[in-house]
Design a protein around this ligand. Sequence first.
Ligand code: NAD
Length: 485
Amino acid sequence: MSPKIKFTKIFIDNQWVDAVSGKSFETFNPHNGSIIANVSEGDKEDIDAAVQAAKRAFHRKSVWRLTSPSRRAELLYKFAALVQRDLEYLAHLETYNNGMIIRNSRRFVKLAVDYIKYNASLADKVHGKTMPIGGLFSYTVKQPVGVCGIILPWNVPLLVFAGKVASALAAGCTVIVKPAEQSPLTSLALAALLAEAGAPPGVVNVVPGYGETAGDALAHHLDVAMISFAGSLEVGKLIQQAAGANNLKRVALELGGKSPLVIMNDADLNIAVPFAALGVFTHQGQICIAASRLYVQSGVYNEFVKRAVEFAQSLTHGDPSDEDTQYGPQIDELLTTHILKCIDSGKLEGAKLLTGGKRINSTGFYIEPTVFADVTDEMTIAKEEIFGPVQSILKFETLEEVIDRANATNYGLAAGIFTTSLENAMQFSTHIEAGMVWVNTYLEFRPDVPFGGFKDSGIGRENGTDGVDIFLEVKTVTMALSKDF
Ligand code: NAD
């Protein structure tokens, strides 16, 4: 059954309002392309109203910034409990609006609860340092950055909302969230839960709308002190430019990747094959940490490729809200066309297509799980972030060689290795240029472990204590002690 859609308006000062322009946009179910709601389309004026509300909530005496950390933690714990209460509803809403298979949506809502609780636990542990030097005494205090803009991607909106918003609130910031135009519904549902948990008006505001209008207005706004963004490299660069255009905003950027996963001759293939498939077919490849370059050592290459094809062919597609579905749709026609073009380029450039490669004949935006072997480093499918279900398998001979090849990219988000040798694992994790490295596992993320990338994959870290730190300024106070001292 389709989940009931309760919230489609803009959320400012704990009120649901229409867009100033009166406009709205359609949002879809990727399973069959049907329109599921009309959502208010925020633009510059709506962003300005939301920023003013967040500014009042931040600056007004005795409001959010000065609320005791224990009270902030209490709000976040209540929020976590409400997300847990509505787990089934939220998971189905996420699936309905972005096509994630229901068992993953459920897993991500549970993870979101953990993210919120973890951030709640940090709210009252924001400490400075003391530095007594001669006749002077210095100490530091950490204070919230201020009004923050949070711009979300469509692929995992609920989890990214939970992580970023909970960190910002734990730090004492107030926020304006701009969800992606493709999947705004769970962000609006979370806003309602924050209000129910007791968030004061203006502390969290959510303005759905398009990137070029609402997103751009937020990134340029003079009263916004920081933008925390997750999305593509292309838009990440625009955010960085906008953040330096009027005032100098802090930016945290979680961007794309072309993450290498390495299978050594000594790896246990019973584990490596399913993890490699999970790494690239989870959410139909629409995850920033997708293992989209799979390097397999020559001694196990043929066997690995055979098993990888069998695994891809075993995945059953269907309505992502059905419990048994293992594999769902892409988000929309635009991305589907892009992925099919990438697949064509693989064929034209000489990669061996072993399975998949075609659109699945149904309504909605389905593409077969696709496996290419004999991929080489200069091919488009080995270089570009496809954001689709395409496993590109490349052959290598030595660890040294594969580390050099894996590092030859502008991205640096995640990387993995399957090996039974400690030395291989240590060499790889030391020399690989990536923000997150997995050994004999893949796609593991937790609230207490930093998440983010090197190079063009981003700036800053989410999660762990770093996730809250990025929303804090350090202030140094120096006092002269008595002159007789
Ligand atoms: P996107 O960059 O197209 O859009 C992201 C957000 O930016 C959306 O809300 C969009 O409306 C907004 N936006 C677009 N143009 C804008 C502009 N000019 N100014 C301000 N905002 C603007 O990305 P997407 O297609 O939603 O998501 C997919 C991308 O996100 C992939 O590259 C993926 O790797 C990346 N991603 C990264 C992480 C991470 O944590 N590293 C997490 C999820 C997704």
